[in-house]
Ligand binder design. Sequence first.
Ligand code: CTP
Ligand code: CA
Length: 222
Amino acid sequence: GSVLNKKKDLAGKTIVITTGGTREPLDPVRFIGNRSSGKMGYAMAAAARDRGAMVRLISTVDLPESAGMEVTRVQTAAEMLGAVKNSVKGADALIMAAAVADFKPSKVASEKIKKASASLDLKLEPTTDILGEVKGKFVRIGFAAETSELIDNAERKLDAKNLDIIVANDVTAPGCGFGSDTNKVTLIFRDGHMEDLPLMSKREVADAILDRAVPIFAPMAR
Ligand code: CTP
Ligand code: CA
């Protein structure tokens, strides 16, 4: 439909969205990364913008759909944590669609690592859990990309990360692979109820998530 027909039910709200896979450097030319394309978070950001929200997007990737958003580019989990901490001040929601590295190289070589040796041991150390670290009185939405025990794993994360909604995503299901323009998710809410959404475009999934988030915003006086 035309932009004029869109409901502006997020007017006056500020929404922080993270997207893309973080990249943890090993040396000046290499990093440890993951297969996240950033498309789901960009779709969330575009949907929120079109519904009238002020969007602060924190991304590891550049995608075309970024007009009318404040985009902060980051690479590492640590940079994303810093950007999130800055951005959540005064925000109404934090939507963590990014695939954040769980481990980073313990040290970054200052010169390119050479292939001369017969083997290379990498020592990794944990990154900070952004949702675990960033507290505040805003709506909290997380994503759980799983390859097995989708619901159990997602429910555990909903509790551990104190989320209002977790978007559970079986990345092995047809039409849900990395880089896909479609997704099929199950939404799990803080009160324990669940909703299976059909296979849809990522933009439709984003609008469905925002539809469920709007009533959570409403009772909070800001
Ligand atoms: N997340 C985060 N900070 C991290 C890792 C993950 O904020 N360092 C967020 C993700 O953006 C996502 C949610 O936590 O919204 C779940 O991420 P996921 O990787 O599925 O969960 P983990 O807690 O990292 O557990 P595991 O990878 O072991 O399944
Ligand atoms: Ca993880």
